[in-house]
Design a protein around this ligand. Structure first.
Ligand code: GTP
Ligand code: MG
Length: 349
């Protein structure tokens, strides 16, 4: 699957500081008792979910996350300082696996956690407890203990991070409908675009951000043809990619329109969706007619009139020139934000 971002990192907590063995010494206290303080706790490494990040790219560059050790206790009842927690911010949706290496060289991994929401915190490796100073070891028999505890050990783990990027919008259309051109028009993605069918062979993701840092991820998938649900063309494997999107953008190129009944142009692929899964069939769709720059005004007016008569809402764009794209994007944003809000409300219940 292409929508997976991965990185392997090493995390290490801090050792606990050593306890101190010290006896009180003062001119007026010739036989002072123990006054060695405890060592401070070593730092934890805490993973924290954030929706500000969306890629694991940084974690492929910066691979080591080590917290500091606790400070040692000191005489005069002074405690060692605990080390700060090391927070590591990860994109929401990151799966955290611990890798274990075995003696025979093989590796296995277990899932430790799934950072499901913004603000979720998980202690991945805990800092060692500080050792107790000798002031804790005073008993009726031994009033001047000279022993103190060492700090407790730290932990180290190898962690594999995996982020499944969920696309919000799936592009649906015949080969050469202009799906990749659309994604190039609205995002920084630069997929291959060409005048022959099946230019796109693997899905591309385009990401758009609005002024409030909300993100919309659009998946450009290979064109679908009749029989896709039975595996024709590049078919079925890519339908899976759009199964978990919020909605579909169904793009029809002007040249593929039946001028008598233009709205029928969407039926064929919708039939494929229906045969593939009811979930996809029921997914909300925004219908788009692309390449309006190739139509003259009269032709476009005629198509619009016929579509309006059916009561269907269709957007008319040119992915190439950008005409009509802003209006479409506005609708996509409000659709997405509305659906996200509904989903959040549902999850909160
Ligand atoms: N005139 C015009 N040409 C367009 C427009 N959008 C796309 N094209 C052209 O149509 C051809 C196919 O565009 P692509 O974006 O590669 O189409 P696709 O839907 O991604 O095709 P596949 O990846 O093969 O499924 C290219 O030659 C584009 O330049 C448009 O709005 N107007
Ligand atoms: Mg393409």
């Amino acid at each position: 699957m292409r929508f997976v971002d991965e990185a392997t990192i090493k995390v290490r907590s801090g050792k606990g500081g050593n306890g101190c063995a010290s006896l009180r010494r003062a001119a007026n206290l010739p036989k002072g008792g123990p006054d060695g303080g405890d060592g401070g706790k070593g730092g934890d490494v805490v993973f924290r979910g954030t929706n500000v990040l969306m890629s694991l790219y940084d974690f492929r560059l910066h691979r080591h996350y080590f917290a500091k050790c606790g400070e040692s206790g000191m005489g005069g009842d002074r405690y060692g300082k605990a080390a700060d927690t090391l927070y590591v911010d990860l994109p929401v949706g990151t799966l955290i696996y611990e890798i274990t290496e075995h003696e025979d060289g093989t590796e296995t991994e277990v899932l430790l956690a799934d950072l499901v929401s913004h603000g979720t915190e998980i202690v991945i490796v805990a800092g060692g407890r500080g050792g107790r100073g000798n002031l804790h070891f005073k008993t009726s028999v031994n009033r001047t203990p000279r022993t103190a505890e060492d700090g407790f050990p730290n932990e180290e783990k190898r962690i594999r991070l995996e982020l499944k990027i969920l696309a919000d919008v799936g592009l649906l259309g015949l080969p050469s409908a202009g799906k990749s051109t659309f994604i190039a028009q609205v995002s920084a993605a630069r997929p291959k675009i060409a005048a022959y069918p099946f230019t796109t062979l693997v899905p591309n993701l385009g990401v758009i951000e609005d002024d409030d840092y909300e993100r919309m991820v659009i998946a450009d998938i290979p064109g679908l043809i009749e029989g896709a649900s039975e595996g024709r063309g590049l078919g079925i494997q890519f339908l899976k990619h759009v199964e978990r999107t919020r909605f579909l953008l169904h793009i029809l190129a002007a040249e593929d329109l039946n001028r008598e009944n233009p709205i029928d142009g969407y039926d064929m692929l919708n039939q494929e969706l229906r045969e593939y899964s009811t979930e996809l069939d029921e997914k909300m769709q925004i219908k788009v007619i692309n390449k309006i720059d190739t139509l003259d005004e009269e032709e476009l007016a005629e198509i619009k009139a016929k579509i309006d008569a059916t009561g269907e809402k269709v957007f008319y764009i040119s992915a190439l020139t950008g005409e009509g794209v802003d209006e479409l994007l506005k609708t996509m944003w409000s659709q997405l934000l509305e659906m996200n809000a509904k989903e959040e409300a549902k999850q909160a219940e």
